[in-house]
Write a protein that binds this ligand. Sequence first.
Ligand code: ATP
Length: 322
Amino acid sequence: MPGLVTLGETMAVLGSPRPGPLRHAPHLELSIGGAESNVAIGVRRLGHPAAWIGRVGADEFGALVLERLRAEQVEVSGALVDPDAPTGLLVKEQRTPDVTRVQYYRTGSAGSRLCPADVDAAVGVITGAGVLHITGITPLLSPSAAGAVARAVELAVAAEVPVSLDVNHRAALGGAELLRERLAPLLPHLSHLFGGEEELLLLADATDEPSAVARLGGPGGSGGPELVVKRGARGASVYPADGNPELHRAAVPVRALDPVGAGDAFVAGYLTALLDGAPVAERLRLACLTGAFAVTVPNDWSGQPTRDELGLLDAEAGTTLR
Ligand code: ATP
């Protein structure tokens, strides 16, 4: 059964469990995180195969990344252990109950040394997939990582594998100009383009959504990708590639604990429904549901649901399942 393949950097994550300046945290919790592997985990939990391609260092953090992904049954045969660079690290500080500060230690990391030859070594994983998912993070990590993404897209397109991209703009990696420069060559090859409202304006260099949609795909944009706009607690919209009108869906009401990771879980739901062969309205429904699951737990990815958990958000507060 063809599933999802993705490539990018997955880092070790150190996070303080309580609000306050990090220096006063009595201990930190260790986990892993990466937008692309978060999506792979989400898709896998919902029952489709998922594979991740990337580099980790020959260190404990790298071992942790691979161990966690294997435990989630994400295929890592295309992952490499780089003896010459460390695994990247992300430190999350819950500065106040409502504000999270994130610090990256990824310059020169193993993940940023991903290169086209790594992708060539995993060619069958890409050409045999049902969808290739990439993000705007990887091309900004380094020129070689940008080359790896371009090579993956080339292989996918040649094998008629649909390509999905989530803008995931990380300002620490580069500004709007670099983002546009690195993503421009990929845009003509996309079947699905995901982004937040601001990200799509940034990518299209537009000041309003209709102009961004006209530039990136959507209504009347013949041959453009299906454009999916993530609107946080206000839900999400799709501008279908066939030019049909915008389809909006409200968010699923939940008690939100941590908004980070909602976007990846949303994409995982959307692409799962795509792999199911479901129509656009169902893709959007499942995406809003999986996005809502993610905000109910503090960790970026651990709250993503399995298929038989999808009804849990309908349960009344205080429900005990036996
Ligand atoms: P991330 O913080 O992971 O980068 P993002 O900005 O990419 O997130 P969001 O728009 O925050 O993505 O969230 C993606 C989707 O998750 C939304 O479109 C919505 O369907 C769902 N979602 C987000 N926040 C909430 C919330 N508070 N309650 C319910 N659903 C939510």
